[in-house]
Design a protein around this ligand. Sequence first.
Ligand SMILES: [Zn+2]
Length: 396
Amino acid sequence: MQRRSNAGVFMERGTRLPPRSGFRVARVFGIDVLINPTWLVIFALVGFSFGDLLSQTTVDGRLFPGGPWPWVVGFITAGILFVGLLAHELSHSLIAKRNGVEINRITLFIFGGVAEMKSDVTMPGVEFRMAVAGPLTTFFLAGAFYGLYRLTDYLGAGPLLVAPLYYLAATNLFIGVFNLLPGFPLDGGRVLRALVWKATGDLQKATRVASVIGQGLALLLAAGGLTIIIIYPEYLITGGWLILIGTFVYFLAKSSYKQTLLRLAASDTLAKDIMFTDVPVIPSLTPLTELTARYFSTYHLPAFPVAEAGRLVGTVSRADLMGVNRAEWDVLNAGRTAQPLEPDQLVAPDTPLDQLLRTLLGRREYVLVVEGDSVLGIITRDEVSRYLDARMKTRE
Ligand SMILES: [Zn+2]
C-alpha cells in the first residue's frame, strides 16, 4: 500500500458508513432501533416494485384486484419485509449480546439494516455464530412465508393474500442468499473471515482476504448494473441500484480492512503510553486574555482542563474561545467559558487505545486522562493519527 499521510486516519471518519443518525422508533431487547431518513427512499422503491409486480400477478387464473389495491398491498408487503430485515439484524445482535459483545443500536437506512457494535469481536467462533444468525433468520422467514403461501393457495384464498406471501418468500430467499456471498461486509464475508481467522489465527490476514473478495464482488455487482442499463435501458432503476449498492459495498469492504488495521495497531497501546503529560490546569478565574497569551500561544494543544478549588469543572478549547466575542475576553474567565466534561472525554491511564478510537475518530478532538480529580495528560486526535500512521506503516 502507498504511503499514508495524516489525512489517512482523518478520512476514516468520513467513510464511517452507514449513517449513525435517525429517528428512534423502538427499543427491542434493550437495543435502540433507528430509522435513517434515507430509508424512506428504499421503502418507497420496494413498495412501488411490489405494487407493480402485484398488479401483473394472476393466481389460479384470477388477476390481482385493480385500482389502489396493488399499491396498498405493495406497501404493506414492503413494511412486512422490513420488519423481517429488523428480525435479521436483531438475531445478529442477540447472539452478540449473549457473547458479551455490546450492540449500540440497529439502524435501517437506504441499503438495508445494520447492527452497530460498541466493542469488537475477539474470537472467531463468536464472529461465526453472529454472522450466520442473520441469514438463518431470513431463511426461516422465507420458509414460513412459503408455507403460508402454499397453505392459503390450497385453501383457495384470493390473489390479495396469496400473491404477497409468495413475493415475501421469494424476496427473503434472495436476501438470505445475497447476504451469504463470501465478501466483507456481507454476512458471508464475515463467515469467511471467521473461518480464515480460526484456521490461521491471523485476524489481519483473514480480514484482508474477506475484504478483497468483498471488493471484487462489489465491482462485479456494479459492472452488472452498468451492463443492465446498457442492454436494457428500461431497467434503469434496477441497474442504477446495483451500481449504488456495488459502490457502497466496495468502500465498506475497503474501510473495514483499514478499521481492523487501526484496531490491531492500537491494541497493545495504553492511554498513558501516548498521552501528552505537560498539561497545565487552568484556574477558573483566569481571564480569557491571559488564557490566550499564556497558554494557547505557548502550548500546541486544542484545549485545557479548567479547575475550580481543585475540582475539575470542564475544558476550554480553541473553538470555545472563538465562540466568544473578542470584546468580552477581558471580562469573561475560563470557568465561565469552559464546557462541562462528558463521560466519554475522561479516560483512565490504563485504557487500551483501541477503546478510544471510536471516540477520537468520531466526535471528540481530545480526551483527558484522569485519576480522580487530577489530570495526568491529554490525548489529541492529531497525535493518535500520527502514532497510528507510523505503526500501520510497519504492518501493511
Ligand atoms: Zn446480516
